[in-house]
Ligand binder design. Structure first.
Ligand SMILES: Cc1ncc(COP(=O)(O)O)c(C=O)c1O
Length: 385
C-alpha cells in the first residue's frame, strides 16, 4: 500500500527549474504593502525609496556606493561609459556568458575581445589574460563575469590590470552575495554591475539593475550618466542614458533583500545535496566544484557537465523536471559578432561547455525529496543508455 502511494506521488512530481510563485507566496502581503507605499507617495522614479535601497545594497555588498539603474545590461553600459570606454577602445571579456556582457561593450562603441574560460569554475581563464593584453594595446578594461554565482579570480586579474594600467569591471549580474576570499562581489573591481531581473537570486517584479563602487568620483559619474549625464538643472556634462531604477522595483527589492541570505543558503544546501547524491550513486555527471577562493557561493545556477546533454534534458522533461542550457552558443559564434573575426575552435573550453552544460533546479523552495527525484532521474537516464 505505501509503495503504491509512493509511486503515485513520484509519478506526479513536478520539479520546475524555478518557482517564483512559491518564493513570493510567504512574502506577498509584505511586498504589496511596500508597493502600496510607493503608490501612495506617487514618487515612481528614483527618490527616497531608491536611495534607501541603494544604501542597504551598498552595505550588503560591502561597498561605499550603490547606484540603481534600469537593468543589468544598462549597469554594464553605464560602468563602461563611467570609466571612459568608447570608440577605438577594446574590452577583454569571455565568450561563455549571457549576451549582455559583450553586447554592452559593443553598445559603448568599443570592441569586445575574448579569452577562454576555465572548465571547472566557468570563469575567465586568468592564465590567458596577460598575453591577450600584450597582443592588443587597445584593451582598456577587463570585464570578467562571475558566472552562475561564482567569482572570477579577482586578485589575479587586478594584479595584471594594475601592472598595465587597465581597469577591471565585474559583471556580477548573477552573483549578489557571492564571496571571494571573504569579500563580496561588488567591491572586487573598479565598478561592479548587478541585475535584478526577476529570476535572479534578488529579483525585482520587472527589470532593474545596479552599479557598485568604492570610488566617489565614479559614483557621481554613474549617478549623472543614468540621467542623461546631467550634473545640474538642465546642465549636461556628458551624454548619458535614461536608465533609472523605479521606486516600485526598489520597494520590492527592499523587502526581498531581508530574505536573500536565507534563500542563498538554501540554494547552497541544495547544491551540496546534489553533489552528495551524485557521489554516493556514482552518477556520471560533473557537478560544479567552486575554486578555493570561493568562500561563499550563492548558486544562482547549479550547472552540471554531462554526456548526451540534449538526451538528458529530454528525459528530465519527460519526468516533469525543468532544466536549461546557459548558454548553448558561445558569443564568438553569434552572427552579430562575426566581424570580430573569430571562428569555431578559437575558444575550445567555451565551445565544449556550450555542448555539455545543463542547469538543474536549485531554488530555495525545493524539497530534499524533489532533489532526490532529480538525482534518481539522472541516474536512471545513464543506467538505460
Ligand atoms: C552575466 C549577465 N550579465 C548581464 C546580464 C544582464 O542583466 P539584465 O537582464 O538585468 O539586463 C545578465 C542577465 O541575465 C547576466 O546573466
Amino acid at each position: 500500500m505505501s509503495l503504491c502511494v509512493e509511486s503515485v506521488s513520484l509519478k506526479e512530481m513536478q520539479v520546475p527549474l524555478l518557482d517564483l510563485a512559491a518564493q513570493t507566496a510567504p512574502i506577498r502581503d509584505e511586498v504589496l504593502d511596500a508597493i502600496a507605499r510607493v503608490v501612495d507617495s506617487q514618487k515612481f522614479i528614483l527618490g527616497d525609496e531608491v536611495r534607501r535601497v541603494e544604501e542597504r545594497l551598498a552595505e550588503y555588498c560591502g561597498v561605499r556606493f550603490a547606484i540603481g539603474c534600469a537593468s543589468g545590461s544598462d549597469a554594464l553600459l553605464l560602468a563602461l561609459k563611467a570609466v571612459g570606454i568608447g570608440p577605438g577602445d577594446a574590452v577583454l571579456t569571455v565568450p561563455f556568458t549571457f549576451f549582455a556582457t559583450a553586447g554592452a561593450v559593443t553598445l559603448s562603441g568599443a570592441r569586445p575581445v575574448f579569452v577562454d574560460v576555465e572548465p571547472e569554475t566557468f570563469n575567465m581563464d586568468v592564465s590567458q589574460v596577460a598575453a591577450a593584453l600584450d597582443r592588443d594595446p587597445k584593451i582598456k578594461a577587463i570585464l570578467p563575469v562571475h558566472l552562475y554565482g561564482g567569482c572570477a579570480d579577482m586578485d589575479a586579474l587586478n594584479e595584471i590590470a594594475r601592472a598595465r594600467g587597465v581597469v577591471v569591471i565585474e559583471d556580477a549580474a548573477q552573483a549578489i552575495g557571492s564571496e571571494y576570499k571573504r569579500r563580496r562581489a561588488g567591491g572586487l573591481g573598479a565598478i561592479a554591475c548587478f541585475s535584478f531581473y526577476p529570476t535572479k537570486n534578488l529579483g525585482a517584479f520587472g527589470d532593474g539593475g545596479m552599479c557598485t563602487t568604492n570610488d566617489e568620483a565614479l559614483a557621481e559619474r554613474l549617478r549623472a550618466l543614468r540621467v542623461h549625464g546631467r550634473t545640474g538643472t538642465y546642465f549636461h556634462e556628458w551624454v548619458g542614458v535614461a536608465s533609472r531604477l523605479d521606486a516600485i522595483q526598489a520597494a520590492v527589492l527592499g523587502v526581498k533583500l531581508k530574505y536573500l541570505d536565507g534563500w542563498s543558503e538554501r540554494r547552497a544546501c541544495n547544491a551540496a545535496l546534489y553533489r552528495k547524491l551524485f557521489e554516493a550513486r556514482n552518477v556520471p555527471v560533473i557537478a560544479p566544484r567552486p575554486g578555493a577562493h570561493q568562500t561563499r557561493h550563492i548558486f544562482h545556477q547549479f550547472v552540471i557537465r554531462c554526456q548526451d546533454r540534449d538526451g538528458l534534458q529530454k528525459h528530465l522533461k519527460s519526468q516533469g523536471i525543468g532544466s536549461e542550457v546557459y548558454y548553448p552558443i558561445s558569443l564568438h559564434e553569434q552572427p552579430c559578432f562575426a566581424d570580430l573575426g573569430y571562428s569555431r575552435g578559437d575558444f575550445p573550453v567555451s565551445e565544449e561547455l556550450a555542448r555539455t552544460v545543463l542547469a538543474l533546479p536549485v531554488n530555495a523552495e525545493l524539497t530534499d525529496q524533489q532533489i532526490e527525484y532529480v538525482a534518481d532521474a539522472i541516474q536512471a537516464f545513464y543506467a538505460q543508455s
